[in-house]
Design a binder for this molecule. Structure first.
Ligand code: GTP
Ligand code: MG
Length: 344
């Protein structure tokens, strides 16, 4: 990486949508691992974070993404649960995100949590695209694994194409009913004004190259200035989960969205009664393509740069609160940082 790249942080991408519409499967397809197999009841109960480096994205996207066109280091995906009882987790994910993917099952169309997710994205002013998922379930679908949408679409019979078109236009209509102007992504010029709809299958991987290409393009085009942050500054993040970890006691899984965190740092973490001031004992990083939620073999690292999902081991974290802020003190006044955490 050139020194210029070093100042660009990884965009955070939230994956939102109604229960069972395929959010985890989509990330699973991208990750090429079997996280979904390990999920209790196949319902995502917790937010997880998955870092996908640029070279992996470009390997999946093939001809659609030339790594030389991009200077972002990759994408950090945050999975969220679609079940109606997890509104807080969804808004936490939505508020953290720089950009988002709204997953909609082409058979099921808009459902209550689809609309709730749209509200979260609108309120947080988060640019997003729609993944119209499960295109492989259109009766008579002739799949080509991992293919971009165009060749696979042309490979279908007229009837199948017509059937898919009908479902896609229904989704575009539903977006319009919610006040969003939308179209199929290849017809969209300004992704800020119009929502791009990308037909995909999390099962066959069809359309996934397109989805990653559009996400990279969207972040590169509209997020670049926001990505050029002071990555060397003291870290700022949000607690996703507080977890007991063998040999470490209570730990926090955080998403770091600004600056750095190091093993010798003092941090302030929002707690259930008051801010917790503690010293980082270990930073435990899942391997690049693993998911923080299910990865058990962590790698100890000395420093992490935003954006990243990282597990922090430190004394006194038992009363840390999910959704609370985390701030690195470094060479600032400790009381100022405590005040910042209290004010958030
Ligand atoms: P929650 O986390 O509970 O909100 O669900 P989710 O959106 O993460 O859905 P998940 O990925 O768990 O998928 C739900 C079901 O749909 C699973 O049985 C998947 O195998 C299936 N599924 C997901 N994507 C596709 C797809 O593209 N095609 C087909 N045929 N099935 C899919
Ligand atoms: Mg899920």
């Amino acid at each position: 990486d050139s020194p210029e790249n070093a100042s660009l942080r990884t965009p955070i991408v939230a994956v939102l949508g109604h229960v069972d519409h395929g959010k985890t499967s989509l990330l699973d397809q991208i990750r090429g691992s079997a996280v979904i197999e390990g999920e209790a009841g196949a319902i995502t109960q917790h937010i997880g974070a998955t870092a996908v480096p640029l070279d992996v994205i470009s390997a999946i996207a093939g001809d659609l993404v030339d790594p030389d066109d991009f200077d972002l280091p990759g994408l950090l995906f945050i999975d969220t649960p679609g079940h109606h009882s997890f509104t807080t987790l969804r808004s936490r994910g939505g508020n953290l995100a720089d950009i988002a993917i709204l997953v909609v099952d082409v058979n099921d169309g808009f459902q209550p949590q689809t609309i709730e997710a749209l509200d979260i994205l609108q309120r947080s002013q988060t640019p997003f695209i729609v993944a119209a998922n499960k295109i492989d379930t259109v009766p008579g679908w002739n799949p080509t694994d991992d293919a971009p949408i165009k060749p696979t679409y042309e490979n279908q019979s007229d009837r199948v194409r017509g059937d898919l078109d009908e479902r896609l236009y229904e989704i575009i209509g539903e977006l319009s009913d919610e006040g969003f102007s939308a179209d199929l992504y290849w017809r969209v010029q300004h992704f800020q004004r119009n929502i791009g709809v990308v037909p995909v299958s999390a099962m066959t991987g069809e359309g996934v190259p397109d989805l990653l290409t559009v996400m990279m393009g969207l972040s590169q085009r509209y997020m670049r200035e926001e990505m050029e942050i002071d990555v060397a500054g003291p870290g700022v993040g949000t607690v996703l989960e507080v977890k007991e970890e063998k040999g470490f006691g209570a730990t926090v899984d955080i998403v770091l969205y600004d600056g750095t965190i190091r093993t010798d740092d003092t941090i302030v973490v929002g707690g259930t009664t008051e801010p917790i001031v503690t010293d980082v004992r270990a930073l435990l990083q899942p391997r690049p393509l693993a998911e923080i939620r299910t990865e058990s073999r962590f790698e100890r690292v000395e420093q992490v740069d935003a954006a990243a999902g990282i597990k922090v081991a430190a004394p006194d974290l038992a009363d840390a609160m999910a959704g609370a802020p985390v701030r690195v003190v470094r060479d600032r006044d400790r009381d100022d940082v405590i005040e910042e955490v209290e004010a958030e």
